[in-house]
Design a protein around this ligand. Structure first.
Ligand code: CA
Length: 220
């Protein structure tokens, strides 16, 4: 899963990026409204965290332009304390949730998880496919109750497939959603991650759909 962080306070932006990276997200950061608008229009994100008070272009305008342009990723806005009309304006502009500064990082992470889950139509924090269970809160993956160890990128691939378990996921979509923009992207590595996951997961759980991509075979 890939998250766009827009925050002009550099220290907070770095703290957000670090916490999200530790929680296994690919993270892109923008520090002003113009860069934010461009990143959101051109990249594929599973969620965006948008500070409303930004230089060059304010957050409400960024959000309105994304929505007008058909960008529908979940957006969590960051608002100043006691500024209730800013929350109303943000939600009316298309925000899905808000947090008031200062906030606890754990709460932000929980809200981001929930937004991504709901965008995929999942109500529960644990995603299951056959004997495989992925707990989005802890990042723990079990097969028939036994924990398995995954690298950060293997986890990102499985997490994305689990969130889209009723769909065929293309290799290019996986590349877009497991790497930040400035990461040295190589679509061949996706095949490597899939091959490694197949060794750790039940046989045939990850199906290859020829010419289209991958799909999880979940027996209900
Ligand atoms: Ca700000």
């Amino acid at each position: 899963m890939r998250v766009l962080v827009i925050e002009d306070e550099r220290t907070l932006a770095a703290q957000l990026a670090q916490a999200l990276t530790e929680a296994s997200y690919a993270v892109d950061v923008a520090h002003n409204g113009v860069d934010a608008l461009h990143a959101g229009e051109t990249g594929e994100f599973d969620a965006a965290i948008l500070d409303l008070g930004l230089p060059r272009l304010d957050g409400i305008t960024v959000l309105k332009r994304w929505r007008a342009g058909g960008r529908n990723m979940p957006v969590l806005i960051l608002t100043a304390r006691d500024n209730w009309h800013e929350k109303v304006a943000g939600i009316d502009a298309g925000a899905d949730d808000y947090l008031t500064k200062p906030f606890h990082m754990e709460e932000l992470l929980a809200r981001v998880r929930a937004l991504i889950r709901r965008a995929g139509g999942h109500a529960r924090a644990e995603l299951a496919c056959g004997p495989v269970v992925l707990d989005t809160r802890s990042g723990r993956v079990t097969v028939a109750g036994r924990g398995i160890a995954l690298t950060s990128h293997e986890y990102r691939v499985l997490d994305y497939l689990m969130h889209h378990r009723n769909e065929i996921v293309s290799r290019s979509a996986l590349v877009e959603h497991i790497y930040a923009q400035d990461f040295d992207r190589d679509s061949n590595t996706v095949e490597v991650f899939i091959a490694r996951l197949r060794k750790k997961l039940p046989a045939n759980l990850i199906e290859t759909v020829r010419g289209l991509g991958y799909r999880l075979a979940c027996e209900e």
